[in-house]
Write a protein that binds this ligand. Structure first.
Ligand SMILES: [Zn+2]
Length: 188
């Protein structure tokens, strides 16, 4: 599952809520940066850090790099197909359907907390790989949720901002103890 390239990277410190970089709009990556060591290192570091910290997604601002890039993967549990680890640069997101899919989210920059967030059921992403080759991704379900969460980080938005009902906000330990009730949709 874990490719060689992702293990070559450095584990970077994940910044937490309160660090100003998480509230800035991240910058577009200039064309001349594609195919350079800078971008390949960023790619490897994002993947390595995401795995070391057991995340399913990590945006560049979360390692204090204020550029438009995020890593993610979908482990492929329940009805979801596995999506291999990847990094998308300069992603442009198109939301499809209504934002009515309620599911649990957490964030490596907001450790220990979970909350219910409504997301669009499907998204399309147009972006680039680290060599500057165009990529297009169609995603639905949890895959679409992860992409929306990570893309928000590029605009300085965190999942707490997307919660319409703060009553569901819970610590992970309490979520494990009380949150896994049949009347709650469980996605994380
Ligand atoms: Zn996050």
């Amino acid at each position: 599952m874990l490719g060689r390239r992702s293990m070559d990277g450095k584990r970077r410190e994940i910044v937490r809520l309160g660090h100003p970089v998480l509230r800035q709009r991240a910058e577009e990556i200039p064309r001349e940066r594609f195919g350079t060591r800078f971008l390949r290192d960023l790619e490897r570091d994002l993947l390595r850090t995401m795995f070391e910290d057991s995340g399913v997604g990590l945006a560049a601002p979360q390692i204090a790099a204020p550029v438009r890039a995020f890593a993610y993967y979908v482990p492929g549990e329940d009805d979801e197909d596995e999506v291999s680890p990847r990094v998308v640069f300069n992603p442009v997101l198109t939301l499809e359907g209504e934002p009515t899919e309620l599911g649990w989210e957490g964030c490596l920059s907001i450790p220990g907390l979970r909350g219910l967030v409504s997301r669009h059921p499907r998204v399309r992403v147009a972006g680039f790989d680290s060599d500057g080759q165009p990529v297009q991704i169609d995603a639905e379900g949890f895959h679409a949720r992860v992409i929306q969460h990570e893309h928000d980080h590029l605009d300085g938005i965190v999942f707490l901002d997307r919660m319409t009902d703060m009553q569901s906000l819970t610590f992970e330990e309490e979520w494990d103890r009380y949150g896994d009730r049949k009347d709650l949709p469980v996605e994380v």
